[in-house]
Write a protein that binds this ligand. Structure first.
Ligand SMILES: C[S@@+](CC[C@H](N)C(=O)[O-])C[C@H]1O[C@@H](n2cnc3c(N)ncnc32)[C@H](O)[C@@H]1O
Length: 856
């Protein structure tokens, strides 16, 4: 039955609809470009359709809804996370606490004391912090300058990740152990990938250190350390978007993690990864853990994303449901039996959340195949709400030519079908969005055993702990999933909708919109919300909201990718009638769907003479694997850079690079060819690289290692680029200089152990240094030097001396001065010639002087 008086029992034309009042004219800006020039703080944080859906959809009790809505309209706190190995992260956190918290606490802003950053209670070890002061103020207000400099330097060094609090939750729920094989299906820009990589890495350096010293790694964290303490795990981080995949590579490169591969594929048809097999039967990689942080409408990001307020429509969520379902289903296919998948969105819309979870579980064969995990014991201090078991769906309809758009709320598919049938009789010209499919409604279980416990999903609302809105569900695969075919309706709906949208584009500026609650429900709508709403709108061009983090149509066609194993093993006809199938709607390739430029990943043989010469020069133990070095040129030659990857990364790259897989990044640079004049003096003209130095260092004997034990020495090495180090005679670089006296020309490891006290080092460091015939140089670039000087010595604007560059500049300046003098001389001569020529011309009547002056 129609609810309350909304549509009324009998309706004629548009009778029964009441005005949608009190709207802000800037709402429903429609699609197209966001050309606003107001600052974010000036943008009205109102959108009545958005508000009506969340108010009337029955998601929160009225009082709590008000709190949530109020929080959603305020600025998001500024949050960040200390990253890396736990001991390094804790050390940087301590520096931050000692140096910046007191300074910020003493500050005023516009006459008010500034609230200092506080640890976010939901996360362990005080590694996650937030502060109320908006990041724009921190960036621009002078008293924050030191703190801002610290944040920027540490973020660039990878010790801090400036990440939204809610976005840090999914990796925690995934429960990753160091040896696990993990897939991040939609990974760009990569903040969660970084967390996952940290988890796979675990405390690898300490374990390797022990293994190299022939001690047992002695850990009970459940990891597999059969590879001399190294993590045998792997992270594959994937994103389909060309530009965002580029950002992802940039982000993950800083992790210097050899157990990581970046791919660029549509996650809903992610290719199966072949493994070498001795049995003759094809074997494919299955994942222990998968993160599906899918593209979504992003309405939970309204606190930081102004577009949500301007452009929210119910179509955003409805249009993404199918893509989200297909990505999740593909993820579940690729999961190991007993493996865990976390599905997450930054949307609060059940269409994109509970509806996707229930449709995927049903598509897999129900709760005996895939179960929703109760994760109340994960991040127990995280304030959360249970997943929804009932919800309403909003859809819109239009009458072509009338500039009118009506919004409707339905509680189930039947209500929608009936309402539509009624409209077809009474107002046949009315067109519905065609995005609605049965799967977006709450599932109806025929028995308690079949019921999907959607309340186990996790909803984080903005008011609970002052964050954005977020949704997380943890799924465990209990049994193998048979492959079938998606109900075609989902995909046809998208196609039909795309067509309908292009055919019935509404003219801008004159539109009407109504909300009509057509439903079959026992719950009455709260009295205050029963009126159907209608309003005149400005600028209602109905295009995609920019707030969408992706569009349905963005699904790229990938004709060249290898088939999924299931496609290979199972004929398409073998169907259980429920498997999501790919949409075929994409015709036009867009720039963002292009591939990253082709990278070559060629491994050098274990007996490569270059590798053996280099490792011997650096005194690397024969226990260090020699068959995992890679080069990135087609010919597979050790020309310029040598990369190291984990064993599993090598296996996967080698077995799949010719199968059409788009690998766009793998490997950590460990050695770079050193092209300088004193090459003849060296046995190994290769230098260690900051990125990969910690992979090698535990395995190095003392041949090329020097230890730095005093802060004064490190300071000298950082502040000066080529401190003098004559073979005989004095130097100014303490114990490091003394040890270097005996070392032959070339690169060395500088080892700095963690130590207590005033002159101690807060964490362990290993840095590359080049020993020249008359000087030494830490091979750390200027920005990293500055970051280290700030972190360790609180030097805010250090001037880094470089006497070699100064000398070169002096030589160049002298040369320039000489050239300038020469030019001056020529000019004078030319002028004299000109004067002579003019004088001559005066005598014989010819003007021949001008060119001579020009030449000068
Ligand atoms: C919510 S964002 C991911 C954020 C990321 N997990 C992080 O923490 O930094 C969703 C991502 O999905 C990507 N995407 C959209 N459609 C996709 C598809 N079919 N396959 C894989 N990635 C897709 C988008 O490019 C976008 O980067």
């Amino acid at each position: 039955m129609g609810r309350g008086g909304s549509r009324g029992g009998g309706r004629g034309g548009r009778g029964g609809r009441k005005p949608f009042r009190g709207g802000n004219k800037n709402n429903f800006r429609g699609g197209g470009r966001d050309n606003r020039t107001e600052s974010w703080t000036d943008i009205p944080r109102q959108n009545e359709l958005f508000e009506s859906y969340y108010r009337m959809g029955g998601f929160l009790e009225e009082e709590e809804f008000e709190q949530m809505w109020k929080a959603l309209a305020t600025d998001l706190p500024n949050s960040f996370r200390f990253t890396g190995t736990k001991s390094d992260a804790l050390a940087v956190r301590e520096i931050f606490k000692e140096r910046y918290i007191p300074a910020i606490t003493a500050m005023d802003f516009e006459g008010q004391p500034v609230e200092p950053p506080k640890p976010v209670e939901a996360f362990p070890d005080e590694l996650v912090w937030d502060m109320k002061t908006h990041k724009k103020i921190v960036r621009r207000y002078a008293p924050f300058a030191d703190f801002q400099k610290f944040l920027v330097a540490e973020a660039a060094s990878g010790n801090i990740s400036r990440q939204e609090v809610v976005s840090m939750i999914p990796p925690h729920f995934l429960d990753v152990k160091p040896g696990m094989v993990v897939l991040d299906m939609c990974a760009a820009p990569g903040s969660k990938s970084a967390q996952l990589a940290e988890m796979i890495h675990g405390d690898e350096e300490e374990r390797v250190q022990k293994a190299a010293n022939n001690e047992s790694p002695n850990t009970d964290d459940g990891g597999d350390y059969s590879d001399d303490g190294r993590s045998t795990g792997l992270l594959i981080a994937n994103d389909t978007d060309y530009k965002r995949a580029g950002m992802l590579v940039h982000q993950v490169k800083r992790l210097n993690f050899p157990n990581l591969i970046v791919t660029q594929h549509d996650a809903s048809i992610f290719p199966s990864i072949e493994l070498p097999s001795t049995s003759g039967k094809k074997q494919y990689l299955k994942f222990d853990r998968i993160l599906a942080d899918v593209p979504c409408s992003g309405d939970g990001t309204a606190r930081k994303n102004p577009n949500v307020w301007g452009k929210w429509t119910p179509k955003d969520g409805l249009g993404l449901h199918n893509l989200q379902l297909r990505i999740l289903f593909r993820g579940l296919q690729m999961l190991k039996k007993g493996g865990r998948l976390v599905y997450s969105t930054c949307s609060m819309n059940p269409t994109e959340n509970e509806a996707v979870i229930s449709a995927a579980i049903q598509a897999c064969g129900g709760v005996t195949k895939v179960q929703l995990v109760d994760c109340s014991d994960h991040l127990p201090k995280l304030k959360r709400k249970p997943g929804l078991t009932k919800w309403k769906i909003m859809d819109t309809s239009t009458v072509p030519g009338s500039n009118e758009k009506t919004a409707h709320l339905f509680t189930n598919w039947d209500a929608f079908v009936k309402a539509k049938a009624k409209y077809e009789k009474e107002e046949p010209e009315r067109v519905f969005s065609n995005k609605l499919v049965p799967e977006v409604f709450p599932p109806v279980a025929t028995s308690e055993e079949e019921r999907i416990p959607l309340e186990r999903c996790v909803r984080v609302y903005p008011h609970l702990q002052d964050t954005g809105g977020f949704f997380i569900a943890v799924l465990e695969k209990l049994d193998d999933i048979k492959v079938g075919q998606l109900r075609a309706s989902n995909n046809e709906a998208i196609l039909r909708e795309a067509k309908a949208e292009s055919e019935s584009a509404t003219p801008a500026n004159k539109d009407e919109m109504e909300i009509d609650s057509t439903e079959q429900t026992e719950e009455p709508t709260p009295a205050g919300n029963q009126s159907p709403l209608k309003r005149k709108l400005e600028n209602t061009e109905d295009a995609d909201a920019e707030a969408k983090r992706t569009k349905t149509e963005d699904t790229p066609a990938e004709p060249t990718v290898p088939k999924t194993e299931d496609q290979e093993e199972t004929p398409a006809a073998a169907t259980n009638g429920s498997t999501p199938a790919p949409t075929k709607e994409v015709v036009k390739p867009k720039p963002e769907q292009q591939s990253q430029s082709k990278e070559f990943f060629e491994y050098l043989p274990a007996d490569d003479p270059n590798i053996n010469q280099i490792l011997d020069f650096f005194g690397i133990s024969p226990r260090f694997p020699r068959d995992r070095f890679m080069v990135k040129n087609k010919e597979g030659l050790a020309l310029n850079k040598l990369y190291y990857t984990s064993a599993l990364a090598k296996t996967i790259i080698s077995a799949n690079k010719h199968r059409g897989m788009k690998f766009i990044h793998c490997g950590v640079i460990v050695f770079v060819a050193h092209k300088i004049k004193d090459k003849d003096l060296m046995r190994a003209p290769w230098r260690l690289q900051n990125e990969g130095i910690r992979i090698l260092e535990p395995w190095a004997n003392n041949q090329r290692v020097v230890t730095c034990t005093s802060k004064a020495t490190l300071y000298k090495l950082l502040i000066e680029m080529f401190p003098k180090l004559p073979k005989e005679g004095g130097h100014d670089i303490g114990e490091v200089g003394d040890q270097l006296q005996d070392k032959e020309i070339g690169c060395c490891f500088v080892r700095i152990e963690k130590s207590e006290g005033e002159d101690g080092f807060p964490f362990r460091m290993v840095l590359p240094l080049w020993r020249h015939p008359g000087s030494a140089n830490l091979m750390v670039d200027k920005d990293d030097r500055k970051a280290m000087l700030l972190r360790l010595f609180n030097e805010k604007d250090p001037v880094i001396k470089n006497h070699v560059a100064e000398k070169a500049k002096a030589v160049q300046d002298a040369k320039d001065a000489e050239e300038a003098e020469e030019a001056e001389r020529e000019l004078v001569e030319a002028k004299e010639e000109e004067a002579d020529a003019t004088a001559d011309a005066g005598e014989d009547g010819e003007g021949a002087a001008a060119p001579a002056v020009e030449q000068a």
